[in-house]
Design a protein around this ligand. Structure first.
Ligand code: HEM
Length: 444
């Protein structure tokens, strides 16, 4: 990709903005690499923005927390609660009132409520149970703005966005106001979580069973002597951004692909029916281990993430000289850009049918039994690979499976005729115009 002295990669990117991911795919095929520059200042010193021993320390802490049983139980319990309390009633409302629904917007609200409940022990209730109750939530909007700010810093030369920031104009104006809203929101959540009396109220269910409290767990795990607000809020913002947009983008593309491939939808429903015999209990009573039986669903979700990875591109910087597997020599301080989107669509990696949505690709039939094929992360790159691979991969699959089962079992979704579905140019690959669908209740 041309990298001009004054303008950097901006002209080439702007020229190809309307089909940026295809452009990256072609560039990658032709050249195999490029320099990229950006700054995720809004993420503070959290895990995404740190390196070496500071990163390692955070990774160890988060890995240990996300693997705890109490975290995983709370995670699934909160999904069920949000599904039963909001998402399914809302879809029921849509089917009865014949309202056209933007599934992407619904998933954004659903995942924001869920990740805030998990990480902050606070449910902002962005997702209502009725269409008449939809409203804008300030903290959610601030998080959306932050995504746009990060994107702009990818496209504009550093000097330009720094100037914008200094003058408080353009997208940088929103960065400051959004940051302030988020800081205040997080500060309030941290205070009430660490306040013994309040947190006892927040973190107990009706059955008086203690729930997971991320901030207390972080304080304990990091052996913090005094409350380090900056560490807690940087960690929170990193986890909120890591776990919210990615899952909602993944779900949106999955539902679009399933609703445009009726044969896949039929097979998913057959699999649910075969594994969860009674329609009443199917997803509600299923433990996480039962989800593993849904081999075809796993294939369909993996396939959606391969074709539309929620994180479409990444960049890394070489700290010392190296040689890539392609044989290219890398000098110290070289920024390497790689496209996860393109890697999911390379014939060399996935074969001639790489552009087809084929859940079967992930299934091995042997001796009358179906199993999922374990594809190495360097090939299926949606969750990244190596030391900085995603820490939320397994919980993301759990969340996406539970939501998919509950929604597909109860409703049929049909994309509104003429609705254009294409990726929005962003650090997270959402749909540019959302996912507008008709919802019909299913009789099983
Ligand atoms: C479909 C959902 C998800 C996808 C596709 C995804 C993808 C990724 C990718 C590509 C990275 C590498 C980023 C980089 O190196 O710059 C990453 C890192 C990470 N993800 Fe996820 N993610 C998802 C969900 C989650 C969830 C739900 C969580 C936890 C709440 C999470 C936590 C993390 C963390 C903590 C890292 C940083 C790892 C490190 O730097 O060592 N992710 N994810």
């Amino acid at each position: 990709m041309p990298n001009l002295p004054l303008f950097g990669m901006l002209p080439a990117m702007l020229w190809n903005l309307s089909n940026i991911h295809e452009y990256f795919t072609i560039t990658l095929k032709q050249s195999g690499g490029s320099e990229f520059h950006q700054k995720f200042e809004v993420l503070g010193d959290g895990i995404f923005n740190s390196d070496s021993h500071i990163w390692k320390h955070q990774r160890d802490i988060l890995q240990s927390l996300l693997n705890q049983n109490i975290f995983q139980n709370f995670f699934t319990k909160s999904i069920h609660k949000k599904l039963e309390g909001c998402l399914l009633p809302l879809l029921n409302d849509a089917s009865e009132s014949k309202t056209i629904v933007d599934l992407q917007n619904i998933f954004q609200r659903f995942t924001f409520d869920h990740i805030c409940t998990m990480m902050l022990a606070f449910d902002p209730n962005c997702l209502p149970s009725k269409f008449t109750e939809f409203q804008e939530v300030v903290s959610e909007k601030a998080f959306n703005n932050i995504g746009d700010v990060i994107l702009n810093r990818h496209f504009f030369p550093r000097t330009l966005w720094k100037l914008q920031k200094w003058l408080q104009i353009g997208s940088e104006k929103h960065s400051i106001s959004s940051q302030q809203i988020i800081d205040q929101f997080l500060h309030e959540c941290i205070s009430s979580n660490l306040d013994e009396d309040k947190s006892r109220d927040i973190n107990c269910t009706q059955e008086d069973e203690p729930n997971f409290n991320m901030f207390k767990a972080l304080v304990k795990e990091s052996a913090m002597e005094q409350t380090d607000y900056k560490f807690l809020s940087d960690t929170a913002i990193n986890l909120l951004l890591a776990g919210r947009d990615t899952v909602s983008a993944g779900l949106s593309w999955f539902f679009w692909l399933v609703s445009t491939h009726p044969n896949v939808e039929t097979k998913i429903l057959e699999e649910i029916r075969a594994n969860f015999k009674t329609s009443e209990e199917n997803w509600l009573s299923s433990g996480v281990e039962n989800l593993n039986k849904l081999v075809y669903l796993h294939g369909a979700i993996s396939e959606a993430l391969r074709l539309f990875p929620p994180v479409p591109f990444e960049h890394k910087c070489a700290i010392k000289s190296d040689i890539l597997p392609s044989g290219d020599h890398i000098s110290p301080n070289t920024m390497i850009y790689y496209s996860l989107y393109s890697m999911g669509r390379m014939e060399q990696i996935w074969g001639n049918d790489c552009l087809e949505f084929k859940p079967e690709r992930w299934i091995l039939e042997r001796e009358g039994r179906s199993n999922n094929i374990d594809i190495p992360s360097y090939k299926f790159i949606a969750f990244n690979a190596g030391p900085r691979s995603c820490l939320g991969k397994s919980i993301s699959f759990i969340q996406m499976k539970i939501v998919a089962i509950a929604m597909l079992w109860n409703f049929h979704f049909q994309v509104v005729e003429g609705h254009l579905v294409c990726p929005r140019v962003s650090v997270i690959s959402h749909m540019k115009h959302g996912l507008k669908v008709h919802v019909t209740k299913r009789s099983n």
